[in-house]
Design a binder for this molecule. Structure first.
Ligand code: DGJ
Length: 740
């Protein structure tokens, strides 16, 4: 890992073990993008970028230099109106009404470590030896508006992270209309665009389309990163597979509305960008003020989608997730939501918790319905006082009894929301997002609190903090169940109304930072109607996310595969639930449900007290098995073996391997049975060819095979009888064959 500046060529070379990224200061003091890809052993690229005369429709900023037009120059942080007609990264309105920006290079700094981003989540270093950073200063000489681009490369990781801050060095306020976090100009556009799209209950479907001339974009305008689009996209060379092909990927560390776009220009170049969604956004920058844009994590992989996923996983596990829970195995939980919904009392919960403890669960989570008069989703959000009719001994009494059963105790909150039928709303109707004189739309009978207001944020810190301080609460599920409408704040002046949504995110991040700092022992899991805010911004504060409200094992194959392309298993909650499944009505075996849920942070979310003894015996042995594979699932390397998005999507397989290669776990799921089907084999990967491995089937036999056999011949899969069948194996390298 290194960052070099080659003075004679004005070239910056950012390097990781396997990747290079080159920038150059060129004619007109422009910061040009020269290369991003596998590591280059030279920085002597004086032939880049190319200058080609493009004629009068690509005008020339330096009139004597007709080969120079910003219309075709690969630029690192493009402004608007200075001969570049492509999508800008920065768009402003100056006090005189003009909007031309032309940023010129003025200086740079290279230093070890990585500075924090004020007010925003961002990847971090533990010591200055972990990373090296480059800061490049650009200034618009006419307006004195300046931008500082921050790039960091890490010693142990093949990633590049970048962000930008903009400072108003002029004498008048400047209106920021658009400030994207990353903009990369690719010299060609022969790529597929891969995105993770969906909706509630169907998050992160992998959608792939060919780039075409013009702009293709994905975005959220919902005030949350959203179920609909994840703040991620990748450009993959044609024919990219799980193991092969070059992929360039972008992931925004932000939980609000975002825009990601790729513009293919007339010269077949592609400009890829991501950042806060400029739609309904602006920000007034007073003289001397700075605006910090979120960070973007960029991965280049020459090893297909697996290489991309592994780079994100390894990096996020060490430099995004924080706190005492980062490196500790996550507890196996039982959550009461699908077991009881709102209908419970202390006895019901303790019955459920009793069985949970008997089968070996480690954490009991009380979900929605414990506070105010919350017997349905029509009331009480905001009134975080325990309902003593349901829980006469309070949360503390319940928590202590759960602890007495030998489990930890967790509690659900939805702090960002308020029910119109609540004491909080009656006292503070002005605390909700709203536009004066306009009716407010409800979603799930609730309104969104205005977290752009510091007083609302302080109130949340106090109310949630008081509950957490009141007793032995070990875990919090932080939910958020609707998107923003009628976005505006009664606390902001008219000219700042469009700042509301971003100010909300800054407020939320402050609340989370304060609470996680005050209660470091509490394991936080974020949730937004399932995986509606599964993004790196949330993961910075809460190291795990509820992947989806859809707990059906078959639907989860796609949801979990899409999620796994970016986010590591240790961040993804996966529970066994009842059949018929509450979201899709499907019947699947308990075994298959468990096999699929064991691909993440494992748990159960069904009425264990209603199950026959044989099911409870099976659950007990599932939990015992998961405990043996948990370290490799949560901290090992991930190898998708078969994508559920390939072909008919009738089967899916994945594997985790410990980083030392000694233990692994393999899962295969077959969806619909096929009469007289082909004989199938599952080839493993990344094993040592000559080593011998014990392959032990869950509830089945074990065999010993060499790595080369397992990779080249594979596991011979059983003939599948019945729909939704699955198999799981534990893999152990037998050291004696290696002379250890
Ligand atoms: C939505 C969550 O995703 C569910 O798991 C559950 O917590 C409900 N909210 C409770 O209202």
């Amino acid at each position: 890992m290194n960052i070099d500046y080659l003075e004679d060529q004005h070239m910056f070379h950012l390097q990781t073990k396997h990747m290079s990224y080159l920038l150059r200061v060129v004619r007109g003091n422009q910061l040009a993008h020269c290369y991003w890809g596998p590591r280059l052993e030279t920085s002597a690229l004086d032939y880049l970028p190319q200058y080609i005369h493009r004629g009068s429709f690509s005008p020339n900023p330096l009139p004597e230099d007709t080969n120079l037009s910003y219309d075709q120059l690969p630029r690192e942080f493009p402004g608007y109106g200075d001969t570049d007609f492509r999508s800008p990264a920065l768009e402003v309105e100056f006090a005189d009404g003009s909007s031309v920006t032309h940023l010129e290079f003025v200086g740079y700094r290279i230093h070890r470590g990585k500075p924090k981003l004020t007010g925003l989540p961002a990847t971090y270093v533990e010591t200055n030896e972990d990373a090296v950073s480059l800061e490049v200063d650009l200034v618009d000489p006419v307006s004195q508006l300046s931008a500082t681009l921050l790039y960091t490369v890490f010693t142990e990781h093949d990633v590049l992270v970048r962000s930008v801050s903009v400072q108003n060095g002029g004498a008048e306020p400047v209106l920021l209309r658009r400030i994207l976090s990353a903009s990369v100009d690719f010299p060609d556009s022969a790529y597929d665009l891969i995105q993770l799209s969906g909706t509630w209950g169907r998050e992160r479907d992998v959608v792939t389309r060919r780039l075409v001339p013009g702009t293709q974009s994905i975005e959220s305008r919902r005030g949350a990163s959203s179920h609909q689009q994840n703040p991620f996209f990748a450009l993959a060379e044609s024919g990219t597979t799980l193991r092969h092909g070059q992929v360039f990927a972008f992931n925004l560390v932000y939980s609000g509305s975002f825009l990601a776009s790729v513009e293919v220009d007339a010269f077949a170049q592609a400009r890829a960008q991501i950042g806060i969604n400029p739609f309904d956004f602006h920000w007034y920058l007073e003289p001397g003020e700075t605006f910090q844009a979120p960070e973007c994590v960029m991965v280049e992989s020459s090893d297909g989608l697996t290489g991309m996923a592994q780079a994100f996983h390894r990096f996020y596990r060490k430099h995004l997730l924080r706190g005492t829970h980062r490196d500790t195995e996550r507890p196996i939980l039982v959550n009461n939501w699908e077991a009881t919904y709102f209908q419970f009392d202390e006895d019901t919960l303790l019955d459920l918790a009793g069985v949970a403890a008997e089968v070996g669960a480690e954490l009991f989570v009380l979900d929605d319905g414990w506070f105010g008069k919350r017997d349905s989703d029509r009331s009480s959000l905001g009134d975080w006082d325990v309902n003593l009719e349901k829980l006469p001994n309070g949360i503390v009494g319940l928590a202590e009894r759960v602890h007495g059963l030998g489990m930890k105790f967790g509690l659900w909150f939805e702090p960002e929301m308020v029910s119109p039928d609540s004491a909080l709303y009656r006292a503070h109707p002005e605390w909700t997002l709203q536009v004066q004189n306009r009716p407010q739309s409800e979603g799930r009978h609730q309104l969104v609190l205005d977290l752009s207001r510091p007083d609302v944020c302080d109130h949340l810190i106090e109310r949630v903090g008081n509950v957490l301080a009141s007793g032995p609460i070990d875990y919090v599920k932080w939910d958020m169940n609707r998107h923003m409408t009628e976005v505006g704040s009664l606390a902001l002046p008219a000219h700042r109304q469009r700042e509301t949504a971003h100010r909300y995110m800054l407020g939320l991040y402050r609340v989370l930072e304060t609470l996680t700092e005050r209660f470091p022992h509490v394991l936080m899991e974020s949730c937004s109607g399932g995986g509606g805010r599964f993004d790196p911004g949330m993961l910075y504060y809460m190291p795990q996310t509820w992947t989806s409200d859809n707990t059906d094992a078959v639907a989860r194959l796609r949801i979990q595969y899409g999620t796994s392309l970016v986010y590591p298993a240790v961040t993804a909650g996966a529970h066994v639930s009842a059949v018929p499944n509450h979201q899709v009505g499907r019947m699947t075996d308990l075994r298959t449900r468990a096999h699929v849920a064991m691909a993440g942070n494992f748990g159960y979310e069904l009425d264990l007290t209603a199950l026959p003894k044989s099911d409870l015996r099976e659950i007990r042995s599932q939990i015992e098995w998961y405990k043996t594979i948990r370290p490799v699932v949560q901290f090992g390397d991930y190898y998708p073996l078969k994508s559920p998005f390939e072909g008919e999507g009738n089967d899916s397989a994945w594997m985790y391997l410990s980083t030392d290669g000694r233990v692994g776990v393999v899962t295969y799921v077959h969806v619909l049975a096929i009469a007289n089907d082909a004989a199938r084999r599952l080839c493993l990967t990344a094993l040592e060819r000559e080593a011998r491995y014990r392959l032990e089937e869950m509830d089945g036999a074990s065999v010993v095979r060499s790595g080369s056999e397992l990779m080249q011949i594979g596991i011979l899969l059983p003939v599948v009888r019945g729909d939704f069948q699955s198999w799981m194996w534990r893999l152990e390298r037998l050291d004696e064959t290696r002379g250890e």
